[in-house]
Design a protein around this ligand. Structure first.
Ligand code: HEC
Length: 419
């Protein structure tokens, strides 16, 4: 029981304390890959990023949560639902940056979301001990309160049965309106995935359990010495990926119950996993704030989702000492007029420009009405104290450049390459 409380304490304290530069300003907590290859990620930095397929370019940054975002699911209309530390569930449109709906009622952080197979209901699991079922068409949620303690995970089976699991070590199967069926496991449970006709459960004892929801029988696969926190199943249900807190990524074959491989590296620890639609790649999101792709067949890294820009302006100044630092900006900003706006406004001719005035870009209210003129000094200050301190409420993810000489190199690079 001890181990999970450690995991939860860390989940709760990481938000928005970025000390380094990447696309996200904090660990990546959830990844969604759509059947057409579109990717969205959610982070402890309170933002959600929609990525352009295959280009490593951030299309939009969504920021309306007031704390870490713990869960993200794709909705049938192309939008997303997200939830997190601020106890709220936000429903986002397919494009646009303003939430369509805010679902309130949970009394503690929301840890997990799942969409019913018929696309009508959103299930949420929270540390207030409840699971809530929200009709997407509107109306009040049904509250399921049979768990004792934090509920960490929800997942739907293909027949519409909802599974929930949490700190109390019990897997509950909710079918229809009656009492749920309880399958006691006896150790705190952190994550659930539905694969084939089975449920896969990742637990605080470092073991994966494959549970038959009809009989309650289960197989146990020990994978790690530390609690498992991330879990994903491939679309065909054949491959399972899981990662432990401080541990390696483990790929398993669900049908044979065998570990295919263990992977470790600088990208770990991991907080989130997702398979590509064809199951040939696994995407990882972790403490290094990057989303990375790995080949399932070889375990080797595939081109990172956050690729370096092929932008001509960047290439022309690639040997400048600030180029390396500017890589943290590439996903969201360009340096020329032709390349235009990405998730953030272009930084073309930034120096001397008034804040919030790049043509064609929709800024958040945090920048409107501010009197800042961007200069080497004001841009350096932005990344000395961080965007949250200088522009409270901005949708730019929190990040700071710690060393003064790095800030100097960064502003010099933006001035020269952005001319
Ligand atoms: C994940 C996306 C993302 C990353 C990474 C990012 N930014 Fe931004 N940036 C934004 C967004 C979004 C805005 C608009 C903020 C708003 O409207 O609240 C913005 C705004 C800005 C502005 C204000 C521009 C204006 O027109 O007033 C500057 C300057 C800036 N960013 C510089 C940088 C630099 C330098 C880096 C890298 C060190 C960086 N950003 C990294 C998303 C990002």
């Amino acid at each position: 029981m001890r181990k999970l409380s450690v995991v939860i304490a860390i989940l709760g304290t990481f938000a928005a304390h970025a000390a380094d530069l990447r696309g996200h300003g904090g660990p990546v907590r959830a990844i969604v890959v759509q059947p057409d290859g579109r990717i969205a990620t959610a982070s402890f930095d309170t933002t959600i990023i929609r990525w352009q397929p295959g280009r490593g370019v951030a299309e939009t940054v969504l920021r309306a949560h007031e704390g870490a975002v713990n869960a993200l699911v794709a909705l049938p209309d192309g939008g997303y639902a997200s939830a997190g530390e601020d106890r709220r569930i936000l429903v986002w449109p397919k494009s646009g940056i303003t939430p369509l709906r805010i679902l309130e009622g949970h009394e503690a952080p929301v840890a997990s979301l799942a969409l019913s197979p018929d696309g009508t209901t959103l299930a949420s699991a929270a540390w207030d001990g409840t699971v809530r079922l929200w009709p997407l068409a509107g109306g009040s949620p049904r509250v399921l309160d049979q768990h004792r303690g934090n509920v960490n995970a929800v997942a739907y089976l293909s027949d519409g049965t909802l599974a929930s699991a949490g700190y109390d070590g019990t897997l509950l199967l909710h079918r229809g309106a009656g009492a749920p069926r309880a399958i006691p496991i006896g150790v705190p449970l952190n994550a659930l995935a539905s694969a084939g006709d089975e449920l896969v459960v990742a637990a605080a004892d470092g073991q994966l359990r494959f549970v038959n929801p009809l009989t309650g029988s289960m197989d146990v696969l020990p994978v790690s010495e530390v609690p498992l926190v991330a879990l994903a199943a491939s679309a065909d249900g054949k491959r399972i990926g899981t990662a432990g807190f401080r541990g390696a990524l483990v790929l398993a074959n669900r049908e044979t119950r065998a570990i295919i491989r263990r992977m470790a590296g600088p990208a770990f620890p991991l907080w989130s996993l997702a398979f590509s639609p064809d199951g040939t790649e696994i995407l990882t999101g972790g403490a290094d704030r990057l989303v990375r792709r790995w080949s399932v067949a070889t375990g080797e890294p595939v081109n990172p989702v956050l690729a370096e820009a092929t932008e001509a302006r960047f290439a022309a100044f690639a040997t400048h000492p600030g180029a390396e630092i500017y890589k943290a900006c590439i996903a969201c900003h360009t340096l020329s007029e032709e390349d235009g706006n990405r998730a953030g406004p272009t930084l073309h001719r930034l120096m001397g420009r008034k804040i919030g005035t790049a043509p064609g870009y929709t800024y958040s209210a945090a920048l409107a009405g501010k009197e800042i003129i961007w200069s080497r000094e004001t841009v350096a200050r932005l990344f000395d104290i961080g965007p949250n301190a200088m522009l409270p409420g901005t949708k730019m993810p929190e990040q700071v450049v710690t060393r003064a000489e790095d800030r100097e190199a960064l502003v010099d690079f933006i001035e020269k390459a952005g001319q």
